[in-house]
Design a protein around this ligand. Sequence first.
Ligand SMILES: Nc1ncnc2c1ncn2[C@@H]1O[C@H](COP(=O)(O)OP(=O)(O)OP(=O)(O)O)[C@@H](O)[C@H]1O
Length: 247
Amino acid sequence: MQRLVILEDKLVERSGYPFDLPWVTGQSFELRFTTPVTIIFGENGTGKSTLIEAIAALSGYDEAGGGKGYRPVDHSNAIDKSGAELAEVLRAGWLPKVTNGWFFKAESFFSVARYLDAAARESGAAAPDFLSWSHGEGFIRFFEERMSRQGIYFMDEPESALSPKRQLELLRILHRIQAQASTQVIMATHSPILMALPNARVLEITRHGIADVDYRNTQHFKLYQSFTENPEEFIAEAVLNTDHARI
Ligand SMILES: Nc1ncnc2c1ncn2[C@@H]1O[C@H](COP(=O)(O)OP(=O)(O)OP(=O)(O)O)[C@@H](O)[C@H]1O
């Protein structure tokens, strides 16, 4: 995927979530994906998951995650709106259109893993059995297995079950992808370690829009940096001030 734009004429007909997010209603939304790995960072609630769900849905993936054509979650009784609706007002430019890939969502990993096991059993194949591992081990096994194949991968907070050491394992997988340049990853993360992937493009999503940012200038990086420089002072200040003075 090279480019993503909002179709303004379609947007004017829509209201409510997800169409009312500030960066959606703001002027001239256009994203260009210029590196194999694109990292999206932002505070809680700025709309990272919504954006990833929308791009994944636009590419043919279910909003709950999984592979193309998967329906790991029954949506028939869902009353919630989802970011996938945003796909209705988006247009993507591809060079070329990629069909292989995966939408990895930490929150639906177990549903997807169960779905994969059930599908394998039904077809008589050996079940991949990602659930017979610890949470973090299962994630890493899954990334290693899936992301060795060329394609486009959408990831929403993949670090959520990973220890810092396991995050380095994911970083190595992403580094390989970044170097080979034959696979694309679009990932939302809060992890400063993943954001520091060499030569990856980091985009910050705020109320005002989406813009390039150096990971060292992100609030997440600065916060961890302050903590490691002087943990006692940092924590003493943090527990006294809800709005931490140094970040
Ligand atoms: N189903 C929904 N219905 C209505 N509003 C929603 C819904 N899901 C999310 N929102 C709104 O959209 C905003 C962005 O949500 P989203 O989950 O995309 O944020 P995020 O940046 O991924 O947050 P986090 O870092 O906590 O995962 C939320 O603050 C909320 O106001």
